[in-house]
Design a protein around this ligand. Structure first.
Ligand code: A3P
Length: 313
């Protein structure tokens, strides 16, 4: 734990079994008492690095008649990240930089989300137990799309992300240890997934896997559109498949986080040479993870999946 604090960030708290940044405590009640106004609201929920941005762009496009021109606005404004201000809280080196001019959705993410007109479309990484009371108790039924990904690729992607945007300077070995020990933000991983997975048959919940999107994106687009009660023609599905391809998303500045990445690189806040979107594949851990870590992750996964119908693909 000491090691973790030294190498990464300090001020972690355990909230209902999940590792959360301290600042989240100030938001917890506000979020729990969130006034979910409409069943037409859409909440995109996920564990970090599982395909959230991909899903956000897909959902926004489907809800907005595939308007790629309006879609040039930064995704942070279009599908804001509810608890972003808490996540960003420890980045003093960025926040105190005179060149940094935080957009509204970052400066006070809760306030920004509250300012949106209903129906809203939000992103969150919150585990089920920290979601609004209305949602947990089922008194309101906004649409919830939960996306997930296999833990080994997720861990590699999270490591790159932590180096690129979170100021992590530790080793990959340490990162894997923290991942399995449930010491990274939003971990433990399986405890994040299962409560959503168990509710996958609820009519207002759609459960999607990154691996399904990689395997057959048009089918997932159709499933998401149907869930959102939007009709898409074959031509629109083809357009969206192209718009959401890895190559297209990687160069789309409204979704690829390049502004923040460039800021971090310019100010020497990262020692990682990659981008927000790196592999965009299934099995990316194979070139990064040692056989020993693969074995540990596999055993840990098997343990958690015992007796469950959950499959990794
Ligand atoms: P990698 O780090 O493996 O490249 P999130 O949005 O939840 O942070 O997830 C980020 C991961 O989704 C990154 O994985 C990123 O490359 C991948 N991703 C984003 N858009 C994608 C797309 N259009 N096709 C495939 N993968 C995509």
């Amino acid at each position: 734990d000491k090691h973790f604090k030294n190498k990464f960030r300090s001020g972690y708290v355990n909230i209902k079994g999940f590792s959360m940044p301290k600042r989240f405590e100030d938001m917890q009640e506000d979020i729990y008492n969130w006034n979910v106004l409409s069943d037409k609201d859409v909440w995109i929920s996920s564990f970090p690095k599982t395909g959230t941005t991909w899903t956000q762009e897909m959902v926004w496009m489907i809800l907005n008649n595939l308007d790629a021109v309006k879609g040039q606005e930064n995704l942070g404004f279009r599908v804001p990240f509810l608890e972003l201000s808490a996540i960003f809280d420890h980045r003093e080196s960025i926040k105190n930089n005179p060149d940094f001019d935080p957009p509204e959705f970052l400066a006070d993410s809760i306030k920004y989300c509250k300012s949106l007109k209903s129906p809203v479309c939000l992103k969150t990484h919150l585990p089920w137990c920290l979601m609004p009371k209305h949602i947990q108790e089922g008194t309101r039924k906004p649409k919830i799309i939960y996306v997930t990904r296999n833990p080994k690729d997720t861990c590699v992607s999270y490591f790159n992300h932590a180096k690129l945007l979170e100021g992590y300077s530790g080793t990959f070995d340490d990162f894997c240890r923290l991942f399995l020990a449930g010491k990274l933000t939003y971990t433990p991983f399986w405890e994040h997934i299962f409560p959503y997975w168990e509710r996958r048959h609820q009519s207002n919940i759609l459960f999607v896997k990154y691996e399904e999107m990689i395997k057959d994106l048009p089918t997932v687009i159709r499933r998401v559109a149907q869930f959102l009660e939007k009709d898409l023609t074959d031509q629109q599905v083809a357009f969206l498949t192209d718009h959401l391809s890895f190559a297209s998303m990687k160069k789309n500045r409204s979704v690829n986080y390049d502004t923040l990445v460039e800021f971090n690189k310019k100010h020497n806040l990262t020692n990682f040479d990659g981008a927000f979107m790196n592999s965009g594949t299934v099995g990316s851990h194979k070139t990064k993870m040692s056989p020993e870590w693969i074995e540990k992750f596999d055993a840990w996964t098997e343990e958690h999946l015992k007796g469950s119908l959950y499959s990794l693909e």
